[in-house]
Design a protein around this ligand. Structure first.
Ligand SMILES: C[S@@+](CC[C@H](N)C(=O)[O-])C[C@H]1O[C@@H](n2cnc3c(N)ncnc32)[C@H](O)[C@@H]1O
Length: 241
């Protein structure tokens, strides 16, 4: 997140996203816990809404970005709406039994959001906050293409522990590893323009994808994807969660 996208990068972004959302939600939601209605704030292209739908009978995903919503993943139990949650107004599925922010709280957190969402939720509903950082620097270094991270004030650890009336029930940070296929790793590498440019500079632009797939294929160590995950679960005011 905080990456630079263009159309080539967007194609690779659409071609593969690692299945981190369900893995993180498993740390926040009990195995037998099921919610009637969930709200996914800042749903983007719906990856997080579909992941939340594993734990809910119905999910509403909201996002202010029309271009994100246009690409939103269809799912029989998910509806998407344009919105921020900070502007009062009914949403399908309200009152919600659970609220989730996947990589979106940093952008959305405000007093208006708190007020707007409390009106749309049941008392004591759990609020789930999570984010992740995919650690590709070692893979890039092994492929001879270092990319200097741009300075950013983005905070992956933002949560709701400082909101009055909210109680933190779970808070964690872990490094997890997924084994991925060579083509998946290369889609991921090329899904950001800075990484794409650095790899093209090192390996040339003629069949960059094919060249990288062969290189990753030769080294099983490059098919391990590491991510730093951050997650918290909060109990909203009133009731229990
Ligand atoms: C990094 S993306 C995460 C998308 C999705 N939740 C996921 O996990 O793939 C952050 C999303 O927050 C959305 N966003 C930005 N400001 C927002 C706001 N004020 N209210 C709701 N969503 C917002 C952006 O449009 C973007 O889709």
């Amino acid at each position: 997140m905080g990456e630079r996208y263009d159309s080539t990068a967007a194609e690779h972004y659409a071609a593969y996203r690692p299945p981190l959302h369900p893995r993180i939600l498993e740390r926040l939601v009990g195995p037998s816990e099921e919610f009637a209605s969930g709200l996914d704030v800042g749903c983007g292209t719906g990856i997080s809404s579909v992941a939340l739908a594993r734990h809910c009978r119905a999910v509403t995903g909201i996002d202010p970005s029309a271009s994100m919503l246009e690409r939103a993943e269809p799912h029989p139990r998910v509806v998407y709406r344009s919105g921020t949650g900070a502007v009062p107004g009914a949403l399908p599925g309200s009152p919600f039994d659970v609220v989730a922010f996947a990589g979106s709280l940093f952008y959305t957190k405000s007093a208006e959001l708190r007020r707007g969402l409390l009106d749309l939720c049941r008392e004591g509903a759990p609020w789930l906050v999570y984010d992740f950082e995919i650690l590709l620097d070692p893979v890039l270094a092994a492929l001879g293409a270092g990319v200097r991270s741009e300075a950013s004030d983005y905070d992956h650890t933002v949560d709701l522990s400082d909101w009055e009336g909210f109680e933190t029930v779970i808070r964690g940070r872990e490094r997890i590893r997924l084994e991925v296929r060579s083509v998946e790793m290369v889609h991921l590498l090329l899904s950001d323009s800075n990484r794409h440019d650095a790899l093209a500079e090192r390996h040339g632009n003629t069949d960059l994808f094919g060249t990288l797939v062969k290189l990753v294929e030769r080294d099983p160590g490059l098919r391990g994807l590491e991510a730093e995950i951050h997650f918290s679960r909060h109990r909203g005011p009133g009731g229990c969660a």
